[in-house]
Design a protein around this ligand. Structure first.
Ligand SMILES: [Zn+2]
Length: 188
């Protein structure tokens, strides 16, 4: 008997639910594997195979953890996403964004408090390719894995100074010291 891989299972699940909003829990169940497996497969379909799978980063109608296969992928849309971005352009995006996730602010080396894993950055499209977004500097940004999958409940809005200060004031001394050391390193 042929073993059906988790990617194939997700592929079939999404095709069966085209045009319908599905949740990360449904996708995880469809993949039938480890917790992180489904997310990687969805990303591969989006980025490597150009499937028009929308997340809350692409559409305000979607909540974090919700996904929508807009329409069936056509052959012509079967273009590679990430690989169409040159190494030079990748480096420019990461440099411009200060090697920081533009949604949640985590940076490689940090441990993502939501997943307990080391942060990895990806190049994400601000306007999704399936919606006509281009592979150019102005349409690209650095995102961590969780944010790239629309799995985090954060808005794209930048925090204000007064909000930041209020959070620092209510943090513990050790946390405040860590912020102080980070600021020292950044601004000397
Ligand atoms: Zn992030």
């Amino acid at each position: 008997m042929r073993k059906v891989g988790s990617k194939e299972k997700i592929r079939q699940f999404l095709i069966a639910h085209v045009g319908q909003v599905v949740s990360s829990i449904q996708l995880r169940d469809a993949a039938g594997k480890g917790v992180s497996e489904w997310a990687r497969r969805v990303r591969e379909l989006r980025e490597d195979e150009g499937w028009p799978i929308l997340t809350n980063n692409d559409s305000t109608k979607l909540k974090p953890g919700e996904y929508l296969l807009e329409h069936l992928p056509t052959k012509s849309k079967n273009v590679t996403f990430t690989r169409s971005i040159s190494a030079k352009l990748r480096a420019e995006v990461l440099d411009r964004n200060g090697f920081t996730c533009q949604m949640c602010g985590l940076t490689p080396g940090d441990i993502d408090p939501d997943t307990g894993r080391k942060v990895r950055l990806h190049i994400g499209h601000i306007k999704d390719k399936s919606l006509g977004g281009k592979d150019e500097l102005s349409n690209l940004r650095a995102l961590c894995s969780s944010c790239n999958q629309g799995a985090k409940n954060v808005t794209g809005e930048k925090p204000t100074a007064i909000w930041l200060l209020s959070q620092i004031r209510r943090a513990g001394l050790d946390e405040q010291r860590a912020v102080y050391e980070w600021l020292l390193k950044k601004f000397g």
